[in-house]
Design a protein around this ligand. Structure first.
Ligand SMILES: Cc1ncc(COP(=O)(O)O)c(C=O)c1O
Length: 386
């Protein structure tokens, strides 16, 4: 018997690596503005803490691997309320953040050599998760000129008989790009012709948008594809609960039970207290979503006001999420740039981490004064470059 090859090694998240470098410099006394992490700087709504504190005094055991019934019910009610989508109780599974649900889905479905189409720039974790699961990420460039959106003809050209998944992520990390219903419908047309291909719709930033247009989820725009779609969402970004580690996926019951099976042999479930907090977030007052969107929008505009005066950068305006993804107007090495910016007192993530060299990513999930100071330092560091 021969042993099978070990999964491809992963160097770990380059975003977290940059954040660690920034933290180490800060700990050594350096004045660093940290714009690396996509981590809301707000506290969760107070009723989240209250619910979790009340529950912490009671005995808490293992929960079902697909989540406590109250959270499954709350997530289903939320997706019906927010996106008009009806899912049954056997069509949702909870994990340790959207991240683990996505990973579970790849682990549950990929066989060696299966391809996963990943529009690029991408959230840095997708290609690594695919590789660790034995699959092959197929990276499709979606440049700034195309609004960082996947074009139907590029999708058509990328699909092969080995394609198992296509990943869609809107608003996108790092681009902040959104799709119109018409654009999603055009992608759905292509996907109809590839019936064996599953669709991962990562909607973790769906609540963080700077447009009044309704959100276009492929599950709503193309309901005939419903049985091939895994819609991923969670509380991390919308409710500022990254550390609570709660996310979920909606999809056909067969896929969902395979995802739950992986979860059950992994860490069993995400923490019971976190699940109780997530129920409170979903069932409590929702005004916080609009209030925080307004704050992010103010920050975005404050950051743009500075960044747009830097001749060395082209700065697309993000429509959602909380990242700027500027490009060096005359090209250049983004890794060297991020290093130089760190020396100049501002921590960013090089675009290469997202498959887009020549860009840098700046998070504006930080207060406006810090953000503006970070952008000002970037301008000073780049002075004379363009
Ligand atoms: C596009 C995208 N999907 C998923 C996640 C993971 O979210 P969670 O905290 O729910 O695991 C992130 C976090 O940065 C993200 O940017």
């Amino acid at each position: 018997m021969t042993a099978s090859a070990p999964p491809a090694a992963s160097a770990g998240s380059p975003i977290l690596a940059m954040a660690r470098r920034a933290a180490a410099l800060k700990a050594a006394g350096r004045d660093i503005v940290d714009l690396t992490l996509g981590e809301p700087d707000f506290a969760p709504p107070i009723h989240v803490a209250e619910a979790a504190m009340a529950a912490a005094a009671r005995p808490l055991g293992y929960t079902p691997s697909n989540g406590i019934p109250a959270l499954r019910a709350a997530a289903r009610a939320a997706i019906a309320r927010d996106r008009g989508l009806a899912y049954g109780d056997d069509e949702v599974s909870v994990g340790c953040g959207a991240k683990q649900v996505i990973f579970n889905a790849f682990l549950a479905t990929l066989t060696p050599g299966d391809e996963v189409v990943v529009p690029t720039p991408y959230w840095a974790s997708y290609p690594d998760m695919v590789r660790i699961s034995g699959g092959v990420p197929v990276l499709i460039p979606c440049p700034a000129e195309d609004g960082f959106r996947l074009r139907p003809e590029a999708l058509r050209a990328a699909i092969t008989p080995r394609t198992r998944w296509v990943v869609l992520n809107a608003p996108g990390n790092p681009s902040g790009a959104l799709y119109s219903p018409q654009e999603i419908a055009a992608l759905a047309d292509v996907l109809r012709a590839a019936p064996d291909c599953l669709i991962m719709s990562d909607e973790i930033y769906a609540h963080i948008r700077y447009t009044d247009a309704p959100y276009a989820s492929i599950a709503a725009v193309a309901p005939d594809l419903r049985d091939r779609i895994l819609l991923v969402d969670g509380v991390s970004k919308a409710y500022a609960m990254t550390g609570w580690r709660v996310g979920w996926g909606f999809g056909p019951s067969g896929l969902i039970s395979r995802i739950t099976a992986v979860q059950s042999q992994n860490c069993t479930q995400t923490a019971a207290l976190s699940q109780i907090g997530a129920v409170a977030a979903l069932e409590g007052p929702q005004a916080v979503l609009a209030e925080r969107n307004a704050i992010y929008r103010t920050r975005r505009d404050a950051g743009l006001a500075v960044l747009s005066t830097i001749p060395a950068l082209d700065v697309p305006v993000p429509e959602g999420a909380f990242y700027f993804f500027p490009r060096l107007a005359k090209g250049g090495d983004d890794v060297a740039l991020a290093d130089a910016l760190l020396d100049a007192g501002v921590a960013t993530v090089p675009g290469s981490a997202f498959g887009a060299p020549g860009h840098i990513r700046l998070s504006f999930a930080t207060d406006a004064a810090t953000l503006v100071e970070g952008c000002r330092r970037i301008g000073a560091a780049l002075e004379g470059r363009a």
